[in-house]
Design a protein around this ligand. Sequence first.
Ligand code: ZN
Length: 273
Amino acid sequence: MIDKKRITINQITTNNLSLQQAVAAYAKAGLRGITPWRDKIEQAGLATSKAIIADAGLTVTGFCIAGLFTQKGVEGRQVQIDEARRAIDMAAALGSPSIVTVVGGLLPGSRSLADARGFAFDALAETLAHARACGVTLAIEALHPMYAPDWSVVATLRDANDWCDRLGEGTGLAVDSYHVWWDPTAAAEIARAGRAGRLSALHVSDWLPDTRSLLLDRGIPGEGVIDNRGIVQTMKEAGFDGWTEVEIFSERLWAEPADDVLRRIIHGCSATL
Ligand code: ZN
């Protein structure tokens, strides 16, 4: 049983709402946290966003996203690093302790995972100094291996832990149940991250066994096959005492009334976490 005051909502879950609408809906549902997305903050304006969130009494629990360093190829390296720095500035301005960091997939036109990993790692290392200066942790999120072509060549928590070991202070892990539930080494890697004091964020949703889309058809906790309770428990045992963040990319849910979706999320989390 989870206290709903410890549940935060990743704004992608209500992607059809503006920042103002999302904040109002979360507060109305009795929730206390939000992890905003950059596009929504830019639409509302940074200062206005900060005021809207504060007025509703919500805590900024994270920020999305920094990274995708490989996306524009070798020529676009500096552009992506500059974009990441701007995102970090926004996270800091909003008072977020961390920023979700997705490193990027293969370089355009390349089949070399080694090249992509090396390139993304170096760009991340270059970005880190700015994150440290801003006091915002780069929370590296390992994505399911089917996202390796375009989103993240960091596919396991072991990879993410190894990168954090090499990068040092100012880096952490965003553990997302949707991406790591299948991994037999996940519990050991969560424990390893806990010992290193780098468990920055916990994202939950569910994997629908008949999923129609790997990107936009996630389920509410309880609708699918993920042992979210086990993952939450493993995180707690490893020393994580932060928010449980519900992050659901779902075209199906985006088409439904947000108040109803939030009610079902709270019910699903209460029943299964
Ligand atoms: Zn996530």
